[in-house]
Ligand binder design. Structure first.
Ligand SMILES: Nc1nc2c(ncn2[C@@H]2O[C@H](COP(=O)(O)OP(=O)(O)OP(=O)(O)O)[C@@H](O)[C@H]2O)c(=O)[nH]1
Ligand SMILES: [Mg+2]
Length: 300
């Protein structure tokens, strides 16, 4: 078990939103001072006008560029790669956001991963999986993009759109997209805040040991808040149904009672996932908030 963010220095993080879905998540992200937001898309919609760094690309060539293996082709020759690399230059960790299944974001995430790896950064992608309703073509594209992404980044956390409908039935698709974007924005905002410079190398090792990462979030109040929050995180629609298979867990908590809640939460995690090696961080707790919030990245 290790605690994240204990050293003086913060990790320098880039949060890169790729394509329509990625930019929709990105505009909801509240970047901590050690992180900067970067949008990569084929146009700049007004919704991301406040994102300071924007990279305009066309979707057409991204698949080909992203497919170049960084070991056999370590030079960055294309304009797209040069722009991405200029934006990432002083970063330690790159968090990549996007939806699988479109023409741009799915390949764009792979290309950002390629560039970040050439620069020596630690990389984690948060990616949505299309609704079954969106059709077999998107599903096929999403699968190909997912396989490439797994080769280009240290870890991929997937968020299926279909499981969302199990918890929010009858939601129209546009509402469901917005709901999922809001859900993904929380870990995208909080993970960078938790990371110290010293965590960068061990985090990379941890991410790389597991290829399949899941996310869960839970909220608890009053006496049994820790138990309830962990229980809810484990019951999240994108979490694994087999908790005992979790080998690595990254636990972010914002607790009502510092000094007691943390231990209780970690105990609840270890009880459910005895094999898990746990990295954890305590985030600042907003004054007046009566809740204890637990977020878990689970590596299978
Ligand atoms: N969570 C979330 N998912 C979205 C949103 N928009 C689209 N998606 C999902 O992400 C997938 C990719 O869509 P986009 O990101 O819009 O596509 P793109 O990568 O910009 O590429 P184009 O198809 O060329 O626009 C879709 O198949 C949806 O499953 C959104 O606003 N939020
Ligand atoms: Mg688009």
């Amino acid at each position: 078990m290790w605690q994240l963010g204990t050293g003086e220095e913060r990790a320098r993080v880039a949060i890169v939103g790729c394509g329509g879905a990625g930019c929709n998540v990105l505009r909801r992200v509240v970047a901590p001072p050690n992180a900067l937001r970067i949008a990569l898309n084929d146009a700049v919609p007004p919704s991301i006008a406040d994102v300071p760094t924007r990279i305009l690309v066309s979707g057409a060539s991204l698949q080909g560029y992203a497919s170049m293996d960084e070991k056999s082709v370590p030079q960055m020759e294309t304009d797209e790669e040069k722009q991405i690399s200029a934006a990432l230059l002083d970063r330690d960790v790159v968090l990549i956001l996007g939806g699988l299944g479109g023409e741009l974001g799915g390949w764009g995430m792979g290309l950002v991963g390629r560039v970040a790896r050439i620069l020596g950064d630690t990389t984690l992608a948060l990616a949505t999986i299309p609704f079954g309703l969106e059709g077999p073509i998107r599903r096929g594209l999403a699968e190909a993009q997912f396989r490439l992404l797994q080769r280009r980044v240290d870890g991929v956390v997937t968020f299926g759109n279909d499981p969302l409908l199990q918890v929010a039935k009858d939601l129209p698709m546009s509402k469901a997209f917005a709901a999922l974007s809001a859900i993904m924005a929380r870990p995208a905002s909080n993970l960078p805040a938790a990371l110290g410079r010293a965590d960068v190398a061990p985090l990379r090792k941890t991410l790389a040991r597991v290829k399949d990462w899941r996310y869960g979030m839970g909220v608890g109040r009053e006496k049994h808040r820790c138990f309830v929050a962990v229980e809810e995180a484990y019951a999240s629609p994108w979490f694994t149904p087999v908790p005992e298979e979790i080998r690595h867990a990254i636990v972010l908590m914002s607790v009502l009672e510092a000094g007691t809640d943390e231990g209780e939460i970690l105990h609840e995690v270890q009880r459910r996932s005895p094999q898990a090696e746990v990295a954890w961080a305590s985030l600042p707790h907003p004054p007046g908030d009566e809740r204890t919030i637990v977020q878990i990245f689970a590596g299978l």
